[in-house]
Design a protein around this ligand. Structure first.
Ligand SMILES: NC(=O)c1ccc[n+]([C@@H]2O[C@H](COP(=O)([O-])OP(=O)(O)OC[C@H]3O[C@@H](n4cnc5c(N)ncnc54)[C@H](O)[C@@H]3O)[C@@H](O)[C@H]2O)c1
Length: 252
């Protein structure tokens, strides 16, 4: 099966890491579905098409069960040729660029973070399993975070909690799907330059730099390269694992 016959769906693909991942997978020959809540996803997909690759955009809230259930109908034969699922969409609410302490977190905000960062990947993976099983090949990648391993001064407790949950989900799913030729892995970025990171309060990214042995923030393309590897045949014997992409800021 060539990559042209392995459609990839990337959530949160309008900008940042998701856009870079969509571009990388498209360059590797995968037809790519870019899914996002932002209108801008149309432009991001159009730029990939303009480079001669196959891509399409859909407006999708990953936490919306009905919208996920409608994907086979919305995407038609693209869905039937699904091979790669990248659960990248995520949110990290801040107030003036700073995290809320636990005693300040409204229940609604806690629930929304878990809905987008954890339940979203569950919904999309669940929807994708039958088609991946039928094809006898599949790659599911979860975008987790260094905040899943260690507490963060930058992101709220709900963020690290959701990402730790996502890593646990990935391991459980990897165990269930291994017998069907489907691998499930996590990528845990450290601090990568994106709109999410640019929104941090002044001085925060500079302070974090001191914890990065490689001495700089990462680029979205550097995360995309790792996702591309996990989606490839070269990563056939990797499942249930996490690859940390943080310039050495976290070493297990
Ligand atoms: N940038 C980093 O340093 C970093 C570090 C660790 C983990 N991550 C994770 O990487 C992923 C991408 O982060 P980023 O830095 O590119 O952030 P970003 O905010 O720049 O991009 C996230 C994208 O997800 C989309 N999105 C948000 N909620 C959505 C929903 N409900 N349904 C569909 N799309 C939705 C947004 O519209 C946006 O386009 C996130 O899961 C984030 O938690 C990022």
């Amino acid at each position: 099966m060539s990559n042209a016959d392995r459609v990839a769906i990337v959530t949160g693909a309008a900008r940042g890491l998701g856009a870079a991942i969509a571009k990388r997978l498209a360059a590797a020959g995968h037809p790519v579905v870019l899914a996002d809540v932002l209108d801008r996803v149309e432009e991001t997909a159009a730029a990939i098409v303009a480079q001669g690759h196959a891509a399409r955009a859909i407006r999708l809230d990953v936490a919306d069960e009905a919208a996920i259930a409608a994907l086979p109908q919305v995407l038609g034969d693209w869905w039937d040729r699904l091979g790669v699922v990248v659960n990248n969409a995520g949110i990290s609410p801040k107030v003036d660029g700073r995290k809320r302490m636990v005693e300040e977190i409204p229940l609604e905000e806690w629930q929304r973070v878990l809905a987008v960062n954890l339940t979203g990947p569950f919904l999309l993976s669940r929807q994708a399993i039958p088609v991946l099983k039928a094809r006898g090949w599949g790659r599911i990648v979860m975008m987790t975070s260094q905040a899943a391993h260690v507490p963060s001064t930058i992101t709220g407790a709900y963020y690290g909690t959701s990402k730790a949950g996502l890593m646990g989900f990935a391991r459980n799913l990897a165990a269930e799907l291994g017998p069907f030729g489907i691998t499930v892995n996590s990528v845990a970025p450290g601090r990568i330059m994106s709109d999410m990171v640019a929104g941090a309060a002044p001085g925060m990214n500079e302070a974090f730099l001191q914890r990065i042995p490689l001495g700089r923030l990462g680029e979205p393309e550097e995360v995309a390269e790792v996702v591309h590897f996990l989606a490839s045949d070269a990563a056939a014997y990797l499942t249930g694992t996490t690859i940390d992409v943080g310039g050495g800021s976290y070493m297990p």
